[in-house]
Design a binder for this molecule. Structure first.
Ligand SMILES: Nc1nc2c(ncn2[C@@H]2O[C@H](COP(=O)(O)OP(=O)(O)O)[C@@H](O)[C@H]2O)c(=O)[nH]1
Ligand SMILES: [Mg+2]
Length: 268
């Protein structure tokens, strides 16, 4: 039967040298082909329905929620769902620490499992990414790529419900990444992705992003290491519940990452 385990951060080497201790709950002996990382901050209104939909997919998958001690008690909802489903892991970090570190900690946890998944999916937990599209991302992984991107801006991809300013920010972030950092992709900032565990094992030591720039850093690492990158069209729908966590500070962090990449060279 499904047993519940408590593991501390040092044991899983989530963040070497850090003094914070995170709690990971759930069955760490779970053996799944696919790992789905859901970073959450204040997603109490979305998380239950989203997890139920992922659970209904014809997949051998584990779900890992990385929650930053959300004041709306997102983690409590996930803990209840753990009683219903045997394949949910929950990592609660002590404070809001950024999307980039949430995703990287998620990679580290999945890669540290006794049997790690072959494919690791990242997606937003606000329903902007349709869980059914996970199946398309996975079937595109059959080409042996390191990364498949659910792309809003390749032929057939779309966004819906975004206000004009948000459309501009997203387009500008992509244009800058394309021309300044040298990434020739239609959408290099989408958070809906599938990675091969093989690529992540090679790249994990080079991922240092705090926030949204993690999306650029991962594709840059795939290019540098010679892994294939493929885009598949998706429909991105703006969240209907809860608020965006993209702050001015995070836009600044993205811009500063771009500048550093240019100043220190593209190989970093
Ligand atoms: N754990 C964690 N998750 C975050 C953080 N910032 C954003 N998220 C999650 O990352 C996903 C994308 O964030 P969202 O606010 O929807 O960004 P947007 O779609 O770009 O407006 C959502 O599931 C958020 O809950 C953070 O600092 N920590
Ligand atoms: Mg969102």
């Amino acid at each position: 039967m499904f047993g519940k385990k408590l593991i501390n951060q040092q044991e899983l080497l989530i963040s070497e040298g850090a003094s914070m201790s995170y709690q990971l709950t759930g069955n760490v002996d779970v053996h799944s082909e696919v790992g789905v990382i859901l970073p959450t901050y204040r997603e109490a209104e979305n998380i239950e329905k989203l997890i139920a939909e992922i659970e209904n997919l014809p997949l051998n998958a584990s779900i890992l929620v990385i929650d930053d001690y959300s004041p709306d008690k997102t983690a409590e909802i996930v803990k209840n769902l753990q009683k219903k489903y045997g394949n949910i892991l929950l990592c609660v970090r002590p404070e809001k620490s950024g999307l980039g570190t949430a995703i990287t900690d998620g990679f580290k946890i999945f890669l540290s499992l006794k049997t790690s998944p072959r494919f690791i999916v990242t997606m937003d937990a606000d329903y902007s990414h349709n869980p059914k599209a996970i199946l398309q991302l996975l079937s595109s992984m059959q080409c042996g790529c390191g990364v498949v991107i659910g792309s809003r801006y390749c032929r057939g991809g779309r966004t819906a419900g975004w206000p004009f300013t948000r459309k501009i920010i997203s387009r500008a972030a992509n244009t800058v990444a394309k021309s300044v950092v040298g990434l020739r992709l239609n959408d290099c900032t989408s958070g809906f992705r599938c990675y091969s565990a093989g690529f992540l094992r090679e790249a994990i030591g080079s991922l240092h992003s705090q926030t949204y720039e993690i999306q650029i850093e991962t594709v840059k690492q795939a290019l540098l290491r010679g892994f294939g990158i493929k885009e598949v069209p998706i429909l991105f729908v703006n969240r209907k519940r809860g608020k965006s966590k993209l702050t001015l500070a995070e836009v600044q962090s993205y811009i500063s990452y771009i500048f550093k990449t240019v100043a220190y060279g593209r190989k970093r």
